[in-house]
Design a protein around this ligand. Sequence first.
Ligand SMILES: NC(=O)c1ccc[n+]([C@@H]2O[C@H](COP(=O)([O-])OP(=O)(O)OC[C@H]3O[C@@H](n4cnc5c(N)ncnc54)[C@H](O)[C@@H]3O)[C@@H](O)[C@H]2O)c1
Ligand SMILES: [Zn+2]
Ligand SMILES: [Zn+2]
Length: 361
Amino acid sequence: MADSVQGVIAREKGAPVEVAAILVPDPGPGETLVHVQACGVCHTDLHYKQGGIGDDFPYFLGHEAAGVVEAVGDGVTDVAPGDFVILNWRAVCGQCRACRRGRPWYCFSTHNASQKMTLADGAPLSPALGIGAFAEKTLVASGQCTKVNPAVRPEVAGLLGCGVMAGLGAALNTGQVSRGDSVAVIGCGGVGHAAVLGASLAGAARIIAVDVDDRKLEWARRFGATDVINARADDPVERIRELTGGFGADVVIDAVGRPETYRQAFYARDLAGTVVLVGVPTPEMQLELPLLDVFGRGGAVKSSWYGDCLPTRDFPMLVDLHLGGRLPLEKFVSETIALNDVEKAFGKMERGEVLRSVVVF
Ligand SMILES: NC(=O)c1ccc[n+]([C@@H]2O[C@H](COP(=O)([O-])OP(=O)(O)OC[C@H]3O[C@@H](n4cnc5c(N)ncnc54)[C@H](O)[C@@H]3O)[C@@H](O)[C@H]2O)c1
Ligand SMILES: [Zn+2]
Ligand SMILES: [Zn+2]
């Protein structure tokens, strides 16, 4: 018997999101039914709604979530009813070419639930990032549930399921920031602030935050930024070079994902430095760079998918750091909201008024 719950869907490109009845099937083999307690509003949800990710409407939005396992299907042994879990979109398969080579954070065949959640009339939904968690219940593959210490507040824990993990991991895993490095982060939303925090955790000496909004820059200082640049007032490339002895930063993280911010990241790093692209571009965006500069500047030009995280390795560790007072994840939660406030929350995100609005149930 399927459960009927209220969930947030994007019915067609660009239309306001709406709350609709969603049928969530009982878990089949390898699947888990999760009672969602909190789900953050990520810019990626907005990309889905705007048609920037695909055309498989209707989308079932929400993917930064934490909750309690309600039921499991046949063969599920890694989680059990009552477990407190963070949902992830990297349930590694263990068998693809990346997994077999010992690089599961690149897994090319991650697991999602096999059964479809649907609208009341049976129309199948496309869950955002294979999750769909702006609803009291959701159905996922059991590997999408990562058990963590239940002492953490759900609205904080859920953020590790996407944006905050993406930013922390862009600095810690992809950028390999280490003690004494200089780091610049372009774009200080939830993802960019988490990259600033990750750089700070890794012991970076100088952390330069760049945004077009002074309010965001003020917040960035609270996450560990030592210097801030408003890209509307100053040229970020010149300023980052000035702040790093004329050379550029060791690691520059683009947490916006536009050709102009990527170009800034590319030229604001030191020779042999690292550029990390964690912001997600849209399909029409193009980049042109002199190939000689790509060669001549050396170093590494990387993308960071989900912060190159491994949920089983990273989520419990980050929750423990948070509970030990060393990772102030609660600062990302600007407000808690109800399910029918998601459209309003997108507006606040676009106007830069919030870091994360989190739906709580
Ligand atoms: N790679 C991944 O795995 C992953 C995971 C989650 C989110 N993302 C992506 O990361 C990006 C950021 O997400 P978010 O939730 O932090 O979004 P957000 O909207 O909260 O933040 C974006 C920030 O960029 C700033 N900005 C916009 N244009 C700028 C410019 N030209 N120069 C400097 N700053 C500028 C905005 O003022 C804002 O502070 C999105 O593209 C999102 O889809 C990627
Ligand atoms: Zn794999
Ligand atoms: Zn996200």
